[in-house]
Ligand binder design. Structure first.
Ligand code: CA
Length: 217
């Protein structure tokens, strides 16, 4: 969430968290950019009127980094031209202030649902590795790779975030459904197994103190 207005930000954060979302709130474009350099979230709520850079610029930058990331623009301007500029800058959707929190939540659900559906159905090609998420099949040069269920799910997750850093906490939360402070040793063991089984087809780079990044070789 990128929003410089304290009262709107607080209201959105409270509503989102009470619906089970994990929220990172940035009050300037610069703070948001620094954080989003490292990781791509599931969805971005982006205020157009920011103190340092305008939301359209940030939106364009984000869209270049991820073609599928849902970006909801929040704007006080409801002139048609702003909506057109926003959508042309790559926004998925927009709400104009003042907006109803329940409408924003419904739109968030809709966007998350559509990315999940698109992701889970499509096979993923990573150079010599092909992954079919729905069938739980991964193959290397056409030969199926023997993976345990959790190893497969970890591979799918890393593959969907290929080229980007994913933190250990994020992996534990999203692949293992554990709370962020659970042991990260489990993650390391599964990463080691994937490296062993995938050989030199892909590389899983450890980013010290942060997490991992999958690189296609
Ligand atoms: Ca603002």
């Amino acid at each position: 969430m990128v929003e410089d207005d304290a009262s709107i930000g607080t209201a959105m954060q409270t509503a989102l968290e009470s619906h089970g979302y994990q929220v990172h709130w940035f009050r300037s474009g610069q703070a948001a950019t620094a954080a989003l350099e490292l990781t791509i979230p599931d969805l971005v709520i982006l205020d157009v009127g920011l103190p340092d850079i305008d939301g359209f610029t940030l939106c364009r930058w984000l869209r270049e980094r991820s073609s599928t990331l849902p970006i909801i623009l929040v704007t006080a301007r409801d002139a048609d031209i702003d909506i057109i500029v926003g959508l042309d800058a790559g926004a998925t959707d927009y709400v104009t202030k003042p907006f109803s929190m329940s409408v924003l939540l419904a739109r968030i659900r809709a966007h998350l649902r559509s990315t999940e559906t698109a992701d889970s159905n499509a096979p993923i090609e990573l150079g010599r590795v092909r992954i079919e998420p729905a069938a739980y099949i991964a193959s290397l040069d056409g030969t199926p790779i023997e993976l345990r269920t959790r190893e497969f799910e970890l591979l799918v997750y890393l593959a969907r975030h290929a080229g980007r850093v994913v933190t250990r906490d994020r992996l534990l939360a999203d692949v293992w459904d554990l709370h962020w402070d659970s042991s990260t040793k489990t993650v390391d063991m599964h990463i080691a197994a994937l490296r062993r089984k995938l050989g030199d087809s892909i590389e899983i780079v450890a980013v010290r103190g942060v997490g991992f990044r999958l690189v296609v070789l």
